[in-house]
Design a protein around this ligand. Structure first.
Ligand SMILES: *Cc1c(COP(=O)(O)O)cnc(C)c1O
Length: 472
């Protein structure tokens, strides 16, 4: 059966079995929305186990000691933490409340790392109290920590965030160069107050080659720290581990090709003929690459097998020779397959110039990451709206609740071969990593979307929605 909704140029989502079951059960979708409101973030974390196993198998295949830390900022639910814990993973936290909630949830301090870009005094304090590793970004932060560390007390475990000096790596605001850190530690009066147990970096983008380059740099940095009396136990390569939302690379490349050939002002593919940042037929770099060739396991294998710059050994050999544990902090690629967003159609109408619109009970911060668009086709759940009779094919754009002219939920045009109407339900697949939470806002005093975990046909409200209101 052809889909009831697809992009004018389709970008077909890869679905987990639980997602298929849900969208094939219109009554359940309807019940969930009437109980929790629209939109609703639905989770099933079972895919996280598979995603973790793919990474672990790749590391084990090359004899590398390895640990995974879920980057919590990609999804705020406490259910995601529970699942990471159950799989024996740690959690990477980016704020005081992220840390506090993990500790209260029972994550052991040694399974946590604080990587916040800017760290409040309260965050530093809590990490010190619980002996949680802090990834230090700069020397002001390091000095503040030294002041807080109790004289004669336990030394504070830290990782140093490395800003690569390699010409192959674009400039970064995060971390400091090897030399800056080494100079800083060489001149410290009481270096014993801090113990450097790790080297940390996180690169923009998804390049395996770049990660191999910086891993080597990090291991050489670890050698130098060892000579200063800081035996490094781990190198943490951060996140950015690739995943694919789409199975079909032809759809992905074809979409950009068609967009490049679209005449100015033609809205047959995108709202106001938006090229989404592309200047030619290549996918725009301003957006997530929704289809990628190498993901998770095979991607990691390639990094570990990469040769050091002098060609004498692989990254895996360098790690093994030093007895250093490799850590990573995937967010998006661990949550691949773990979430879906349901929403209800509020209206259909025509724009003043006749372009067709579908209004949704949601706003655009509720299905978007930092990129300009989410390039995955939503699914029209049947049977929920008006009767199928009398509906005619429809083609238009999804608009949302914010009182802004540019408030479109997705930038692409969508086709509804059997129509669409008020009361229908639309599902956005695979939104668990970033698409639900990273920029969600409660502007206009519209409430944030609720978060539930599915257990069969039972939904359980995530605890984040109980404590969320009490942050302060
Ligand atoms: C955002 C972030 C991550 C997670 O990145 P993904 O692309 O979701 O894998 C990991 N580590 C740090 C330090 C980050 O800032």
């Amino acid at each position: 059966m052809p889909p009831l909704m697809h992009g004018t140029l389709p970008l077909t989502a890869r679905l987990e079995p639980w997602m298929k079951n849900l969208v094939e059960d219109p009554q359940l979708c309807k019940d969930l929305l009437s109980e929790y409101g629209s939109p609703l973030n639905v989770h099933d974390y079972s895919a996280m186990g598979r995603n973790i196993a793919q990474l672990r198998d790749a590391a084990a295949g090359q004899g590398v000691d390895f640990q995974v830390y879920l980057a919590r900022k990609a999804n705020k639910t406490l259910g995601a933490i529970d699942k990471a814990m159950a799989e024996g993973c740690g959690v990477d936290v980016a704020s005081f409340h992220e840390l506090e909630q993990c500790l209260q949830r029972g994550v052991s301090p040694e399974s946590l790392i604080v990587t916040a870009a800017v760290k409040s005094r309260a965050l530093l304090q809590r990490a010190v109290e619980h002996h949680v590793v802090l990834s230090l970004d700069n020397t002001d932060e390091a000095l503040q920590l030294l002041e807080m560390a109790k004289p004669g007390g336990k030394s504070v475990p830290v990782a140093l965030r490395l800003a690569s000096g390699s010409p192959q790596i674009p400039p970064t605001r995060f971390g400091l160069s090897t030399q800056t850190w080494l100079d800083f530690f060489a001149e410290l009066d009481h270096p014993e107050a801090i113990s450097v147990t790790g080297v940390h970096f996180h690169l923009n983008g998804y390049s395996g080659e770049q990660r191999a380059v910086v891993l080597q740099e990090a291991l050489e940095f670890a050698d130098a720290l060892g000579q200063l009396g800081h035996p490094v136990k781990f190198v943490d390569m951060g996140g950015g581990i690739p995943m694919s939302y789409l199975d079909d690379s032809n759809q992905w490349n074809g979409f950009w090709q068609a967009l490049a050939e679209l005449p100015e002002g033609d809205e047959s593919l995108t709202w106001k003929s938006d090229r989404l940042g592309a200047t030619g037929p290549q996918p725009s770099t301003a957006l997530y690459p929704y289809h990628q060739q190498l993901i998770r396991g095979p991607w990691l294998e390639q990094i570990l097998a990469a040769c050091s710059s002098d060609g004498t050994q692989s990254i895996a050999q360098m790690l093994r020779a030093r007895g250093i544990q490799l850590r990573c902090e995937p967010g998006r690629s661990l949550l691949d397959g773990c979430g879906l967003t349901l929403t209800e159609v509020a209206f259909t109408k025509q724009r003043s110039d006749g372009v067709s619109l579908v209004g949704l009970h949601m706003n655009r911060t509720q299905c978007r990451s930092a990129g300009a668009d989410f390039l995955v086709d939503p699914i029209l759940v049947t049977g929920a709206g008006r009767h199928a009779q009398g509906r005619s094919p429809y083609s238009g754009f999804l608009v949302g609740a914010y009182c802004i002219e540019e408030e479109v939920i997705l930038r692409r045009r969508f086709e509804f071969p059997q129509g669409v109407s008020k009361g229908d339900i639309i599902a956005f697949p695979n939104t668990g990593g970033y698409l639900m939470h990273i920029i969600e806002s409660a502007s206009h005093q519209l409430p944030l979307a609720k978060n539930v975990r599915l257990e069969g046909s039972q939904a359980v409200l995530d605890d984040i929605d109980q404590i969320g209101a009490g942050l302060g």
